[in-house]
Write a protein that binds this ligand. Structure first.
Ligand code: OGA
Ligand code: MN
Length: 280
């Protein structure tokens, strides 16, 4: 546990490998430079930070996000005043979900890995949460990379994974042909984090279907080995949501997944992405 001398906040690791809770701050405040940088450092050190008991309005969330960098404006058909704000929700109005990613379980993935410039981070704010389920799991991809056998590390060093996203698709991989409408992008399987300089494993079960230059028969066993390795429980922090939780993950060195939850219960999270981190 690390209490900063010149700020009021305390950083408490949530597991030995990933996640830290920050206590002693109100994120609505205009945090001074030292306090904010202590939060940023905790984010880089622990890959996922959690701040509980917050009352964040839409503007507060945008302002907080802007301290980290540039907010992403992804296609957002939903409500929210700022173009970077969206909701993750199963709530429906006139039969239509008011947010994205409405229902059920989601397999491990990295946000927008199927685009040229995936966001540096994603921040969710809990507003309504089910009584059970709908937890978000985070896996540390530095640890996953570091613990691969040396021969596997050598084998993947220069490979590129091809990531796909079918906008009409499911959150659990379905066997079958890839839709011709799917968005796709290839990225190195071993990704060096631009700030920490550490290597992270950058493939995921939900969206990485191919390895450039390999046949499906060659790629499939290698990808499955990497997926099984990277999802091991000792790399994972499981976040059980409460209203008022702010969770920010580093999308460059983590994967996340979601456990199933009842369609009878409401779940509403407010979401922004940090498209590009800017260290002030
Ligand atoms: C996301 C996401 C998981 C969740 O917002 O990118 O994957 O728990 N959310 O809803
Ligand atoms: Mn996601």
């Amino acid at each position: 546990m690390d209490t900063h001398r010149d700020t009021r906040l305390t950083v408490k690791p949530l597991t030995p490998t990933i996640g830290a809770e920050i206590v002693g701050i109100d994120l609505r405040e205009n945090l001074d430079h030292a306090t904010f940088e202590a939060i940023r450092t905790a984010w880089h050190d622990h890959a996922v930070i959690v701040v509980r008991g917050q009352e964040l309005g839409e503007d507060d969330q945008i302002r907080l996000g802007e301290r980290f960098g540039e907010i992403g404006h992804i296609f957002n058909p939903h409500k929210g005043k700022h173009p970077g704000l969206m909701f993750v929700s199963n709530i429906r109005e006139d039969g239509k979900p008011i947010g994205v990613l409405p229902d059920g379980e989601m397999q491990f993935h990295s946000d927008q890995c199927y685009t040229e410039f995936p966001p540096a981070g994603t921040m969710l704010y809990g507003i309504e949460v089910p009584s059970t389920g709908g937890d978000t799991l985070f896996a540390n991809m530095y640890a996953a990379y570091d613990t691969l056998p040396a021969d596997v590390q050598a084998r993947i060093e220069t490979l590129r994974g091809v990531h796909y996203y079918d906008p009409l698709g499911e959150y659990i991989v379905q066997k079958g042909p890839i839709s011709p409408n799917a968005m796709r992008w290839a990225h190195p399987v071993v990704h060096r984090h631009p700030i920490t300089g550490r290597k992270a494993l950058y493939v995921n079960r939900l969206m990485t279907y191919e390895i450039e230059g390999m046949t499906a028969d060659e790629a499939e066993p290698l990808l499955n080995l990497l997926f099984d390795h990277q999802e091991q429980p000792h790399f994972v922090y499981q976040h059980v949501w409460r209203p008022g939780d702010v969770v920010l993950w580093d999308n460059r060195c983590t994967l996340h997944a979601r456990t199933d939850f009842s369609t009878e219960e409401r779940r509403l999270l407010r979401r922004i992405t940090i498209q590009r981190e800017i260290v002030a």
